[in-house]
Design a binder for this molecule. Structure first.
Ligand code: HPA
Length: 235
């Protein structure tokens, strides 16, 4: 079996899939954290793997950047591969002053400048929210591990390079924690298709303080977030 973007066997994916943006991050997660990882997708270099973590079958696959790319892979995983839970693990740019580099953010909800949820919700504003059981599992795990978390609203933008310089102030004034590029689309899609979704983020940039993690800090931060997420999902 294959879909336009995934050349895996029908039973190749576990019901829970971690979805980082970068396919090389998917490879790294599989090789570092999974037992017996097997590569199940190669189309467009968007690597996907299935293995096990703490004895539970689990998958990871790249999503690419932005709502359109992420939506293609998430749709095919849910519709054609029986995937029920998708947990995006990614990075974000903080806009809230309480956040600093390396902090973890759980996207309870996601605002957006994308039109995708209006397209699927008859032109109305959809309240794009995380799956509560998934959010609760990661929040509980973080609490028992003593890892501080920010839980709140993020902003999923279509424009990484935006000409609208005032937007970050507007977001901060409305209590938005951070900017990323997929959560609102993933949450709307999960609602449409009857799946569960969550977005877990590491703060890699601070947009109001012009602070940025270097590559080594990014790797360490994203690894810690991934391990916490896996422990929560497979604990
Ligand atoms: N904008 C959007 N997505 C991001 C950013 C950003 O500044 N940093 C990490 N992901």
């Amino acid at each position: 079996m294959s879909t336009p973007h995934i050349n895996a066997a029908a039973d190749a994916f576990a019901p829970t899939v971690l979805l980082p943006g970068d396919p090389l991050r998917a490879q790294h997660i599989a090789e570092r954290f999974f037992s017996n990882p097997e590569r199940v997708n190669t189309v467009r270099g968007m690597y996907g793997y299935t293995g096990s973590y703490r004895g539970q079958r689990i998958s990871v696959m790249g999503s690419g950047m932005g709502i359109p790319s992420c939506s293609i892979y998430a749709t095919e995983l849910i519709r054609h591969y029986g995937v029920q839970r998708i947990v995006r693990v990614g990075t974000c740019g903080a806009v809230h002053d309480d956040l600093k580099l390396g902090d973890l953010v759980l996207a309870l909800s996601a605002s957006t400048d994308s039109n995708v949820n209006r397209m699927r919700f008859a032109g109305m504003d959809f309240g794009a929210g995380a799956s509560y059981p998934l959010l609760r599992a990661v929040a509980d795990r973080a609490q028992s591990a003593g890892v501080p978390l920010h839980i709140g609203n993020v902003f999923s933008t279509d424009l990484f390079y935006s000409p609208n310089t005032g937007t970050t102030d507007t977001l901060a004034a409305m209590g938005v924690l951070a900017v990323e590029m997929e959560a609102a689309g993933l949450y709307g899609l999960a609602a449409e298709l009857g799946a569960q979704a969550l977005t877990v983020l590491t703060v890699s940039d601070h947009l109001r303080h012009a602070a940025h993690m270097d590559a080594a800090q990014r790797q360490t931060g994203v690894d810690a977030m991934t391990e916490l997420t896996l422990d929560a999902l497979c604990g």
